[in-house]
Design a protein around this ligand. Sequence first.
Ligand code: PMP
Ligand code: GLN
Length: 385
Amino acid sequence: MKNQIPNFKTKLPEWGTSIFTVMSKMAADHNAINLAQGFPDFNCDDDLLELVQHYQKKGFNQYAPMPGVPVLRRAISEKIEKLYGKFYDPESEITVTSGATQALYTAITSVVKKGDEAIVFEPVYDSYVPDILSNGGKPVYIPLNPKDYTYDWEKVRNKISDNTKLIILNSPHNPTGSLLSNDDIEELEKITNGTEILIISDEVYEHIVFDGAKHISLSESEALAKRTFVISSFGKTYHTTGWKMGFCAAPEYLTSEFRKMHQFIVFSSNTPIQFAYADFMKNEEKYLSLSDFYQKKRDLFTSEIQNSNFVTKDCAGTYFQLLDYSEISDLPDMQFAEYMTKKVGVAVIPLSPFYEKRQSQPIIRVCFAKTDEVLKKSASIISKL
Ligand code: PMP
Ligand code: GLN
């Protein structure tokens, strides 16, 4: 008898490998400068490395408590209260996760059931929709205004139905760098008032906002905080994306569902790193200076390419810059990104994978979390186009 391969149906028929993986591999294969996937090309702080080693040597190498080590949960709670004025009980409202990616999946799988609708905004960060679909949910796409990537709340009102379970927001926004405003918060309060709608607020770039702007966390709104999972990532804040550590702050009734899932997805996250972050976070300067640090990089890169044929879009936060290449090429964005990587030697991210219909626009994303030397070198290369 022939040993047949079982015939099963994929849960994600429209999805292949993430664009970040595809472009990083292409960059490595073709020896291109990688301005594609978002990660710093410089090391994290030595003190942080020493703290991790310290806790490893001290023997903190076994399972952490399922919701995270208490000192870290307390440190997170204190930071949120100080910055945003909202107290989350570390015992029952804060959970440490293995990256924001896991926190997002865990929050979505905690609440989305078959047939539930979840509103997402296009361009949309790549993990939200697969998370919704793999739980039998239906993503409802709403475009951000194509000019400045702001929200059109009338469109949101029109898309809300009896099945709307969730709205997923991301500010500062990847890939566009736009920010939620106080008016947006007010609109969201009005729209959700009296409904059963829950919110996930992806705030992984909370400490990277520019030109004097202030990050607005959903935890600042009393009404919204009651229905929101606030998610952030240590990876972005401390230049440690490879450590995959994040957290979720949410009211107790949501955190208890979140933890039910969390315990069976990862159970707990890296122990010595949690202790190290708890100590390291005491130095506020490290995260309070991050916006200035990245603003200098944004400004360096944009000034170095100002005479090029790329047109820069506004970037109010994150470490990503959008570039319009319509004066350089008519190629669709996937092909242009491939050309940039293979022929020009600078890898970038096309924007179409952030859209439901994958429609091409002449826009690419670059990551400026790179050394000044690499920023200057890549700017000089792409300025020749
Ligand atoms: N959300 C957004 C908007 C991101 O850009 C990222 C970047 N990686 C994540 C979530 C995931 O964060 P982490 O690396 O902590 O999983
Ligand atoms: N968030 C990063 C980006 O937008 C990538 C993270 C990942 O590769 N999953 O580039």
